[in-house]
Design a protein around this ligand. Sequence first.
Ligand SMILES: C[S@@+](CC[C@H](N)C(=O)[O-])C[C@H]1O[C@@H](n2cnc3c(N)ncnc32)[C@H](O)[C@@H]1O
Length: 358
Amino acid sequence: MRKIAIWGIADIGQLVIKQIKGYFKEWEIVSVIDNNPDAQKIEILGCPVEPPESGLDVAKGVDLLIICSSNYYEEIGTEAVQKYNFPEERILFVKTSWPSGLQMHPAIRQENIRFMPLSENLEYIKNVIEELKASEGILNSIGIKYGTDKASIMIVENGIRLTHDYLRHYDRLFQNARNEKKTICELGCGNGASLKMWKEYFTQADIIGVDINPRAKGFEEERIEVICGNSTDEATISQLRDKGQFYAIIDDASHAWGDMRVSFEKLWDLLESGGIYILEDCFCGSQGAFAQYPPVVYDSQSIFDYVLSRAKILNFCKDWNPEYNHYHFNHLPDKVKQIERELDCITLIYGACIIQKR
Ligand SMILES: C[S@@+](CC[C@H](N)C(=O)[O-])C[C@H]1O[C@@H](n2cnc3c(N)ncnc32)[C@H](O)[C@@H]1O
């Protein structure tokens, strides 16, 4: 059994430590260190968190000291070597503030660990960080900053919570429109976190939020407007119609399957050509997520199945043998047939459906 010490447990560091534990199955964590006195009050994986003096004392004989830090890894590494005489070739850095740090770059895995001097190690981790930044979408980091559960993690008191991790997918679709003058609509504003995120990400866009809870009106600011109402109601839809065409509509409202379908079918025409409609948290069922806001429509068909049924059209070339294929579709309501004709692409991810208009 080889031994590891970990220095740095702040927010994301705690999750990194859990992942390290997963990767380094045969290794034992013998010491957890943090300079912050508040951190020293807790335990990580059964290890008390200690200040550097006592923690490194325990850590003297370890095979590897992993420094989990967002910004100060260089200083901590130097301190470990210069002040505590820790052998520099046994220090490894894991950058923690960048969300992809959570996915543990393959280079950081046990089988790829190379022991090297501090200076090379610093160079190495800087390259890893650059690689991570290149592979990670900016939208996720903005989402984490504002605390929406669409991001990969949420920073909460005493640590972090894993959340839906939708944003890296959205980023790929949205990035070309980031600086264009667009209008974005989100159904369901929560505490306003995602409205702020969209505003920062889409630098020129107007953000229109919809929420049944009148308190959401308080989230209004420059480029953010909120319409209060039920997202399925004609009165709400007609106010949205006055805003023109939307580049993206994100349904993060009641999450009840019936409500999601009704809003989708009513709002489809407000989506511009090439626009993107997103249905989030599709796992919430026919009752939705909010007891205080029961669904207007109870569908027993899951919204995922509804979208999959629409996707069937993508399997037929529209000009190829239309008579033969027609019976698949002729029983559908006209609105649904129209939506299917206008579909360009459907992407299914864990928990959400992303539908692009032709
Ligand atoms: C999950 S929260 C939205 C979180 C927010 N989008 C974020 O990511 O930060 C859902 C919101 O939907 C609102 N809501 C629930 N049912 C609704 C409905 N039928 N129409 C409009 N808003 C609704 C709730 O009041 C709540 O604020």
